[in-house]
Ligand binder design. Structure first.
Ligand code: FAD
Ligand code: 2HG
Ligand code: ZN
Length: 477
């Protein structure tokens, strides 16, 4: 069996789901809507958010507990059935959907909070909890989640861990490798791996949980997590600025770090083409006058008037020096949310153009924007637009190219050019979205042969039959 959509890829030597298997899964998962074979419901789970990848699974399973996941994987392992773990299906690299007919194991019904300690801020919950719901929950106790991203309304915490999601707060709270204190996962053979410690400090040998963070469902299914939540900031303030060049974006970053120091919580940028996605495709209003580049600065602190004064003073200095040409500040929630929505809805706005070629790279700041300029020159008028935006404070560029529909000529202009470009500056071909299905073959542009060899050995230890998310993350020989 060869996929029509991926003619160069051969299906692995896995078994095919039978009626007998379905009956067995129905016994493991009793109750309504937990064993799905209806093609119309499967359609959504077979298709990724960006509508670039589509699988042909005929079975979607919805476990509620770790024991359910364990029982399912025991069967799949014994029967040699390939599986794809799925959370909110907001992943952007085709990792969350099947390639052929893999069984989809969704964490949708695994949405219980196990405990929350209001003194330490440690949250223990199931993998299927939606990030935004967790943030609402902990905020009632004056805490916040250590990560925030545009997909918070639908992505699951298990999916966040599996992709090591970054987002707009990484600048302040660091990556999930630091905030996750423990996790529980079910291995390929159904065995439950208990690393669900809730300790800040635990140097008892290898830190096994770390290997699951960013493993994209290839080493086990994450079922629970213990997360260290920071205190919810009393005061949040935002500044949205217009500047005339990318070098000014960097100069303002230097000044921001110096002046706003401990209260800085986000530093994002977008170019004027990105702003057009917001204004033309999403009908949002630019809060300042038109400029070649825009900067979004967020501060989070404990004293509103202190932070507001600091931010206003900073903005005044920036305007006086001519570094910043126009700017607005926001302290009230509706204005803050509106400005954030401009930044967070760009991924959605790009889809209005038709097809989106999505790239997410880490680059040294001095070369950061040159990639966008070079790409624009290269694709010329063959593309609808080339936009550059992202988490510049973390050295992470989101470069997107769009065209009315998928166009091989455009694709051939972009790849492998972009990966060679990034590799030349020792950047990363995936800063935060992962490799999934779409980028795994380019792994050597960012990782050494020796490191990939270790990855492959680990895969063999955790999943010797290769049933967990095949065709993802690891490159073919
Ligand atoms: P899915 O998409 O369902 O799955 C993603 C991967 O994780 C797949 O490989 C899947 O097999 C695996 N997986 C899912 N759950 C489990 C589990 N329980 N155990 C093991 N493996 C599992 N990403 C960022 O890093 N930063 C951003 O700022 C950001 N912003 C986004 C904004 C929008 C609008 C959208 C649509 C996406 C954005 N993303 C971002 C990408 C995506 O949201 C994140 O990668 C997110 O963490 C995925 O979570 P999910 O639950 O949707 O996972
Ligand atoms: C973001 O930061 C996401 O908005 C999505 O990581 C980026 O779609 C993109 O290019
Ligand atoms: Zn991002």
């Amino acid at each position: 069996l060869t996929s029509v959509r991926y003619p160069d890829l051969k299906r692995g030597n896995y078994a095919t789901v039978t009626d007998k298997d379905v009956a067995l899964f129905e016994r493991i998962l009793p109750g309504a809507a937990r064993v799905i074979t209806d093609p119309s419901e499967l359609e959504g789970a077979n298709t990724d958010w960006i509508k670039n990848c589509r699988g042909a699974s005929q079975l979607l399973l919805k476990p509620k507990t770790t024991e359910d996941v364990s029982a399912i994987l025991k069967v799949c392992h014994e029967r040699n059935l390939a599986v794809v773990p799925q959370g909110g299906n907001t992943g952007l690299v085709g990792g969350s959907v099947p390639v052929f007919d893999e069984v989809i194991i969704s964490t949708q019904q695994m949405n219980q909070i196990t405990s929350f300690d209001s003194l330490s801020g440690i949250l223990v919950c199931q993998a299927g909890c939606i990030l935004g719901n967790l943030d609402n929950y902990v905020s009632e106790h004056n805490y916040t989640m250590p990560l925030d991203l545009g997909a918070k309304g639908s992505c699951h915490i298990g999916g966040n861990l599996a992709t090591n999601a970054g987002g707009v707060r990484l600048l302040r709270y660091g990556s999930l490798h630091g905030s996750v204190l423990g996790l529980e996962a079910v291995l390929a053979n159904g065995e439950v791996l208990d690393c669900l410690s809730s300790l800040r400090k635990d140097n008892t040998g290898y830190d096994v949980k770390q290997i699951f963070i960013g493993s994209e469902g290839t080493l086990g299914i994450i079922t629970k997590a213990a997360i260290l939540c920071p205190q919810k900031p009393e005061a949040v303030n935002l500044a949205f600025l217009g500047v005339e060049s990318f070098s000014k974006v960097l100069e303002v970053f230097r000044a921001t770090k110096r002046s706003l120091a401990e209260i800085l919580s986000a530093y994002e940028f977008m170019d004027t083409e990105t702003m057009k996605v917001a204004t033309d495709n999403l009908k949002l209003n630019n809060p300042v006058s038109d400029h070649p580049y825009y900067i979004l600065i967020e501060t989070s602190g404990s004293n509103s008037s202190h932070d507001e004064e600091k931010l206003n003073q900073f903005l005044e200095t920036m305007m006086e020096s001519g570094l910043v040409l126009d700017g607005t500040v926001a302290a009230e929630k509706t204005k803050i949310d509106y400005i954030w929505s401009i930044r967070e809805r760009i991924a959605e706005g790009l889809l209005h153009d038709g097809y989106c070629y999505k790239y997410d790279v880490s680059l040294p700041l001095e070369n950061f924007y040159d990639l966008v300029t070079d790409m624009r020159t290269r694709v010329g008028d063959k593309a609808t637009r080339v936009v550059g935006y992202g988490h510049v404070g973390d050295g992470n560029l989101h470069l997107n190219v769009t065209s009315p529909q998928y166009d091989t000529d455009v694709m051939n202009l972009i790849e492998p050019f972009i990966y060679d470009w990034v590799s030349q500056y020792k950047g990363s071909i995936s800063a935060e979205h992962g490799l999934g299905f779409k980028k795994r073959q380019f792994i050597y542009h960012s990782k050494s042969r020796s490191a990939v060899k270790v990855m492959k050995n680990m895969k063999t230890i955790f999943d010797p039959k290769g049933i967990l998310n095949p065709y993802k993350t690891l490159p073919d020989e």
